[in-house]
Ligand binder design. Structure first.
Ligand SMILES: Cc1cc2nc3c(=O)[nH]c(=O)nc-3n(C[C@H](O)[C@H](O)[C@H](O)COP(=O)(O)OP(=O)(O)OC[C@H]3O[C@@H](n4cnc5c(N)ncnc54)[C@H](O)[C@@H]3O)c2cc1C
Length: 420
């Protein structure tokens, strides 16, 4: 993977006003800006960090491919030669459940990528820049005056300034700028969990079909582990659990990581020779929600809205989907059309979120693993589950999308009875 430099806009030439000002140059921000730029609107992205920057969230879902394509960003990503991901392997003790994106209920992409995010996000940002979106790095939004023409206050190394816009997009991810500034932050309905993760070398990857899968391994003491292989030989490994799981161990994050690994034969078998590329990092309490996803002159996209849980790798997919949807609606609104934001944005996005929420809840109650590993499941059921895990969570002909929580409980009851 050849290193890339950011195509940064000249910081002396920041605009006083644009049609759409975007905060944050993660996947949500760059894809929304690219879509609006392609529709002829003047856009600018203000990004607090310099790129490349590390962010977690490295396994994509097949639905991302449609969305990257629609945003005109797919070819740029293809050129980076990331590891092709064709599915996921779930592991519980000696049980294996292999999810193959080629075997779906909903027609769609059968593959996607595992992406080191520093490089992936920079690729998207550079492609958006090439298409005409100026990106101002190390420019941090500190305030917004809402209204018909919202104004952002921006701090930069040279000076502080304001940008007026006809519409503002908050794509600040974990920064959650507008949820904090406007009091929209709400606690998640999900329990607080913590993750300890690192990049490692020396992963003994299995040869064959399972080599490029994300592995999601159930740890014997209630945690779960992700193993995400990259094309450069590095593997991302993360443990996720409620905080008491980690308190059981003592020592540094590295010692906790090693001790947690040693307790799980499936993970330690692959990682027996591992070396850390960087010392383990921790994140805690990342699940979050908002009371509103839009307001007069602004829209929240990606992780600035609701973030559920890492287990099904839904974050980037929902970030791209919300960016795509928001861009279409902002375009219509700027052209003077009336937009029903509650129905066409919030309700639409929440349909997908609720499907993943049912799966996440089912994962932690044990209903979903019992479905996944059941010898009684049939081909149709497996395809319906696979389409949700591929990110096709807006296909209402899939019963897991139409009535996610009910379907999860029903199917779990049936397979548990059959398997008893
Ligand atoms: C432990 C864990 C594992 C995960 N694993 C996966 C996975 O395997 N697959 C997956 O799809 N998702 C995963 N996710 C979720 C994923 O990280 C996010 O969903 C994704 O990064 C959201 O993209 P985004 O564009 O909304 O925000 P981000 O990628 O977070 O980008 C937001 C940008 O906004 C910038 N910003 C912040 N504040 C300001 C400010 N004041 N002014 C200007 N700019 C600002 C930030 O610097 C950043 O660059 C995981 C999450 C966690 C917690």
């Amino acid at each position: 993977m050849t290193p890339q430099a950011p195509l940064a806009a000249d910081p002396r030439n920041f605009p006083d006003s644009v049609d759409v000002a975007v905060m944050g140059a993660g996947p949500a921000g760059t894809s929304a800006a690219a879509l609006l730029n392609a529709r002829g609107w003047s856009t600018a992205i203000v990004e607090a960090e310099t790129f490349p920057r590390f962010v977690i969230g490295e396994s994509l879902l097949a639905r991302c491919m449609d969305l990257l394509d629609e945003a005109g960003l797919l070819d740029a990503v293809k050129a980076r030669n990331y590891l092709v991901k064709r599915g996921a392997l779930f592991v519980r003790g000696d049980q294996r459940a292999d999810i193959d994106f080629a075997e779906q209920f909903t027609p769609g992409w059968t593959w996607t990528w595992q992406v080191p995010r520093a490089d992936f996000d920079l690729t998207l940002a550079n492609e958006a820049s090439r298409q005409g979106v100026p990106i101002y790095y190390q420019h941090r939004v500190t305030a917004m005056t809402p209204g018909a023409e919202p104004t952002l206050t921006v701090e930069s190394p040279r000076k502080n300034y304001t940008i007026r816009a006809r519409h503002v997009i908050d794509a600040t991810g974990y920064g959650r700028v507008l949820p904090r500034l406007l009091g929209l932050d709400r606690p998640s309905t999900l329990m607080e969990r913590k993750s300890v993760f690192a990049h490692v070398r020396g992963d003994r990857r299995p040869k064959g079909t399972l080599e490029n899968r994300i592995w999601i391994v159930m740890h014997p003491r209630g945690a779960w582990v992700w193993l995400i292989p990259f094309s450069n030989g590095i593997t991302s490994v993360g443990f996720v659990a409620e905080p008491p799981f980690f308190e059981h161990f003592t020592g540094t994050d590295e010692e906790v990581f090693r001790a947690a690994m040693a307790e799980d034969p499936n993970t330690s078998e692959r990682l027996v020779d591992m070396e850390f590329v960087f010392p383990p990092r921790t994140l805690r309490g990342y699940s979050a929600a908002v009371s509103a996803m839009h307001g007069p002159g602004y829209t929240l996209v990606g992780n600035a809205t609701e973030f559920l849980d890492p287990v099904f790798s839904s974050g980037v997919t929902l970030a791209l989907e919300s960016a795509n949807r928001a861009a279409i609606l902002i375009d219509r609104s700027l052209r003077g059309e009336r937009v029903d934001w509650d129905t066409d944005y919030t309700a639409y996005m929440m349909r997908g979120v609720e499907t993943f929420r049912a799966f996440v809840l089912g994962w932690y109650t044990g209903e979903f693993p019992d479905i996944l590993f059941s010898p009684s499941q049939n081909d149709l059921l497996r395809r319906q589950v696979t389409s949700v895990l591929a990110g096709y969570v807006w296909d209402e002909t899939n019963p897991f999308v139409r009535q996610p929580a009910r379907r999860m409980q029903q199917v779990a009851r049936i397979v548990r009875r059959l398997d008893a």
